[in-house]
Design a protein around this ligand. Sequence first.
Ligand SMILES: C[S@@+](CC[C@H](N)C(=O)[O-])C[C@H]1O[C@@H](n2cnc3c(N)ncnc32)[C@H](O)[C@@H]1O
Length: 226
Amino acid sequence: MPVVAPTGYGTLRTGAPSAFTDPVRAASYEAWYAGPGRRPDRLETALLERLLEDLPGARLVLEIGSGTGHFGRFFVARGFQVIGIDLSLPMLLTSTPLGGPPAALADAHRLPCGDGSVDVSLLVATLAFVSDPAVVLAEAARVARIGMVVGALNRLSRLGRRISHRTEEPWRSATPFSVADLIHLAHGALRGRKHVVRWRTTLWPLWPHPLPLPWGDFIGVSVRWA
Ligand SMILES: C[S@@+](CC[C@H](N)C(=O)[O-])C[C@H]1O[C@@H](n2cnc3c(N)ncnc32)[C@H](O)[C@@H]1O
């Protein structure tokens, strides 16, 4: 599907996703999923799918930071209608030939969507790269009618600790979170609105199913408005 540049969209945040504006990095991004990331990815997508099931009635999903469309393609194949937004044109242009869902060039800090205009907001590995995660989650909450699902690398995991010492991009630009960080951010984003939070982590290759352990590598959180 084509990349859509929304009309009237004026202000792109300068430099926000610098780690992903490199066309070479964008072009090679999917190689990880096809290679060393194949098995952890299977576990992560299964976790995210399970968390989306916590949000009954969800059909239209907005993936914020949709990148190369990897998760969008997965959820389209599962019967969801997915649209994406991303601030990196090279990532969006890589998504198109791979059959990614329709996606617009937009900033997660100022979504070009009306209040409650999608069922669910989905953010996978995006929050770590934005300038202001609290603003981005507040925007994700604003545009969603039912809830949101967030996937993120865990700063308390072995992998998270290893990556925090890496000095090359995109890791240099990443701010990983813990389960508690994400829940705290979600509470802030909901601004007093009642909600229900569920979370699990993955512990590949030690265990093939999501677990309620706060130190697993990849965190999945669902937040449903009550
Ligand atoms: C690690 S990639 C994740 C891509 C995809 N969700 C995935 O998991 O395969 C992070 C993505 O967030 C995007 N991003 C970073 N800051 C953004 C912002 N302010 N607005 C929209 N997208 C942003 C980057 O361009 C990049 O595509």
